[in-house]
Design a protein around this ligand. Structure first.
Ligand code: 9WN
Length: 415
């Protein structure tokens, strides 16, 4: 596997792996397919693709022993994984790799078509799990049980829900991340980590059994951005299915995509125009302005709302903010009192996320904005550090250096 980063993340992460495989495909189609295969082999029998597939390299906390998933019946017995998921970008990767392989032709094409054919059922099971097991209330929105599932771990979107997570007794921690990342403000706090660990304990207490988790976990919130990504992933799976002559699958995926899109639109606040998340335990909407507020830019589904969200994200409070080094979307607006330019999901701009946005824009035909964000991100990466994320005001790299998906998206853009 390609690890998410050499020192900070010495394992395979789910959504990182998808983007990494796209970068690899430019150099070797078989290598790209192996990367995805390694992740897909770890898919649970429920359909869930786990958020981490562990290597045997030590040095990440929480590692497999802390996760306690070894005896989970749904997990393949020969891999060690975490017990939660991440956003479903995988179909986007399979489709992108297939497109690249078709252009290359020959053996590459044959291998990629075979892989796509065998992956189709995996993707269907994965998307189905998200829209059934993870939508127990029938809201057409995917519910998450841990901020890590959103991939936007400590985004202010989750602050209120986390504030309600009670940690009855201090949980021992041996954090490794703060030793690797020199600047402590780049990472979440100990207090945040205590809650992260508490939720893991709760899920482990029922052996990660989906039927019981909803009753024991103190964090249940729908994730509008993840749902928007799912809409696109289902579209891409439908496209793949058509290419491979599986009309039955294509119809089902189109229906799921419609549901996800409807779900995202149902989150738009009539007052602020922003997408909200719904805190299932508190029974209330959470309308915190972050990059996820503009999720209709990703999902589409309503031209007027799409145009509003595009205008907001390029506007003076976001990518067009005068204090920014490059006109790129920050994760929190610099005008927000909670904006922290170096702190993880509380302000920095993330190159892989910019790639995802440009991919969605280009797919919709907005090539001009896609090119602007691509060029600006490539300029940001011109320092060669391949930062995990960047201070949007200074353009300085933060978090880990040599972050694999940062390099992968650069390759995809320049290849
Ligand atoms: C927890 C690997 C991952 C990304 C996430 C990012 C960060 C992990 C961590 O790193 O999360 O999953 O330990 O901080 O938030 O999006 O997939 O790059």
């Amino acid at each position: 596997m390609v690890t998410a980063a050499p020192k900070l993340y010495p394992h395979q992460w789910s959504w990182d792996a998808a983007l990494i495989s796209i970068g690899l495909a430019h150099m070797s189609i078989p290598r790209a397919l192996r990367e995805l295969e390694n992740l897909f082999r770890a898919q649970w029998s429920t359909g869930m693709i786990p958020h981490i597939v562990f290597s045997d390299v030590p040095g990440y906390f929480p590692g497999p022993d802390v996760w306690s998933t070894d005896t989970v019946p749904a997990k393949p017995h020969d891999v060690r994984t975490s017990g939660i998921c991440q956003p479903p970008v995988h179909a986007i990767a399979v489709a992108r790799i297939l497109d690249l392989a078709v252009a290359k032709g020959g053996e590459d094409r044959r291998l990629a078509e075979d892989f796509a054919r065998t992956s189709l059922d995996r993707l269907v099971a994965w998307h189905q799990w998200l829209m059934t097991v993870r939508d127990p209330s029938g809201l057409d929105l995917v519910e998450i049980h841990h901020g890590w599932e959103s991939g936007m771990d400590n985004s202010p979107r989750w602050d209120e829900a986390y504030a309600n997570v009670v940690v009855p007794e201090p949980i021992p921690m041996a954090r490794h991340d703060i030793k690797v990342v020199g600047n402590i403000e780049d990472r979440p706090t100990d207090r945040e980590y205590q809650r992260y660990l508490q939720l893991m304990r709760e899920m482990a207490s029922v052996n990660f059994d989906d039927a019981q988790i909803n009753d024991v976990v103190q964090f249940r919130i729908t994730d509008v951005f993840l749902t928007a990504v799912l809409a696109l992933a289902c579209d891409e799976t439908a496209r793949l299915a058509e290419l491979l002559g599986r009309e039955d699958v294509a119809d089902g995926q189109r229906a799921l995509a419609d549901r996800a899109r409807r779900g995202v639109l149902s989150c738009v606040s009539p007052d602020t125009g922003r997408c909200r998340d719904f805190d299932v335990r508190a029974g209330q909407w959470v309308d915190v302005p972050t990059i996820a507020s503009w999720s209709v830019l990703v999902s589409g589904g309503d031209d007027a709302v799409w145009a509003d969200h595009r205008a907001a994200l390029v506007g003076e409070h976001w990518a067009g903010h005068p204090s920014l080094r490059f006109p790129l979307p920050p994760t929190v607006s610099p005008d927000d009192p909670g904006f922290r330019p170096r702190t993880y999901w509380r302000g920095p701009t993330w190159p892989f996320l910019n790639w995802l946005l440009t991919w969605a824009l280009a797919r919709r035909g907005d090539r001009a904005l896609a090119a602007t964000w691509r060029d600006a991100t490539l300029e940001l990466l011109g320092d060669g550090a391949f930062g995990e994320y960047y201070d949007p005001q200074t353009g300085q790299p933060a978090g880990s250096h040599d972050q694999s998906w940062t390099a992968a998206v650069a390759i995809d853009w320049i290849a």
